[in-house]
Ligand binder design. Sequence first.
Ligand code: FAD
Ligand code: NAD
Length: 471
Amino acid sequence: PGTQLPFDPEKKTLVVLGSGWGATSLLTTLDTTDYNVVVISPKNFFLFTPLLPSVAVGTLNSRSIIQPTRYITRHKARTVSVIEAEATDVDPENKTVTFIDNSEIKGATSSRTIQYDYLVYAVGAETQTFNIPGVKEHAVFMKELHDAERFQRGFMDCVETAAFPGQSPEEIDRLLHMVVVGGGPTGVEVSGELHDFLEDDLKHWYPELAGRIRITLVEALPSVLPMFSRQLIDYTESTFKESKIDILTKTMVKEVKEKSVVLQMPDKSIKEVPCGLVVWAAGNKGRKITQDLMAKLPETQTNRRGLTVDDHLRLKGADGVFAIGDCTATSYAPTAQVASQQGAYLARVLHQLAKKDSIEQRLKKLEEIQVEDPAEKEKLEKEAKLLQSQLAKVKPRAFQYSHQGSLAYIGSERAIADLPFMNGNVATGGVATYLFWRSAYLSTLFSLRNRTLVATDWLKVRLFGRDVSRE
Ligand code: FAD
Ligand code: NAD
């Protein structure tokens, strides 16, 4: 009953968990005629995360950076079943996945368990809070689309509340103090985008308040952006200084309260700083389903950072399971670049496996055939020999990552880029890099539809500024 899964008993079932960078890249490259393909994700769309901070300040519309997963699967050679549901359990022994409908509207059936032959596990990660008090309750994350929308509403609420007649000067300063926690690329990009919003728009819309808006970026380590070269870190720090974004390094957030953050300063003293809004961008942690899966494989899954895979992205300790992207703990950084290359690699591997499986099936059939006629027997033996030699050739190569460089937007129409170039590295920052950043992201967006929407949003902001109305 209900939507039938695309079931062909001759084919193996491939279940894909997730619709993010890894899963989308896999689906784009996958030959769907090889398998019964089922995609399960609580979001029925792909989110282009690099442009999420631009949504947070209203430079881009939310809809411009998402793409329905069906946009890809509907063009595939064979029907793919896309299910909007959250996987709650993977049983690697019985090879099953259980999923539930966790959306607002539920039907009579809202939970199911299905069998897989192969599973691609690409559920990403969630925001790391380190169980610091108050983070979940009072801070805004910057991971999902609703986080960016929540930030936009919260930020404009702070501005409008500061404009409320009779507000005391201390309260205005508190409401207009934005604290960004985490000096990784997410925190830096949010701070830069926030500064642009302030300079380009708020100064005109709220001239009496704009000068009082403050942005503080808090980072526990000695510098921001540790993954970039020293020269670009210095460039970012000096750009932020010019932009009046305060960077507090060697400073750790110890608690987030409704109206303040508690900081441990470099000299270990504790300081409570009043603020209107806290953005929490302190890194990744494994999802509950990932932790549960690891607990089922205690002998092989012991890395606290995430799932352990071999060099073919096979999950250690589980047969038929592959894991890619942010849910894994590898020598690669948890980036979109890595996840998408892994997804495309796995699609090719799965095609080879399908080939291998069908050869093995045919060989098995040949073994079962009983013939008396010597000519017929010879023919079958010849076929078996040919298949054996074809089988020997199916040897998927190990995954190899090819780093295309790191790029980040730092506000004031400046970006930074560390690009591999002729066996070396080129570090560049500035307005030209910003134009490169824009064109690189525009070309990486998966569809012409999204490229058009993003380019139109950029043009709209140039012409009319960002929208300050609060939904
Ligand atoms: P995701 O893309 O997070 O996808 C996970 C998917 O799994 C989602 O579709 C989710 O809905 C789904 N899911 C979650 N739980 C379940 C479940 N229980 N069952 C089934 N499905 C589930 N990287 C770069 O290389 N360059 C950048 O410029 C860049 N910018 C970034 C900016 C921001 C603001 C953020 C947050 C990240 C950025 N990254 C960037 C990192 C990049 O987004 C991640 O590394 C990438 O998304 C990882 O891909 P993934 O497929 O592993 O996970
Ligand atoms: P991150 O892990 O790179 O950075 C988080 C930072 O928060 C760390 O530097 C950490 O020291 C700091 N931190 C943690 N707890 C803290 C506390 N209590 N107080 C103060 N500071 C604290 O996280 P991210 O920036 O979200 O990035 C996640 C991944 O996504 C990374 O691999 C990153 O490269 C990638 N990413 C890339 C881009 C880009 O290339 N433009 C943009 C965003 C994210």
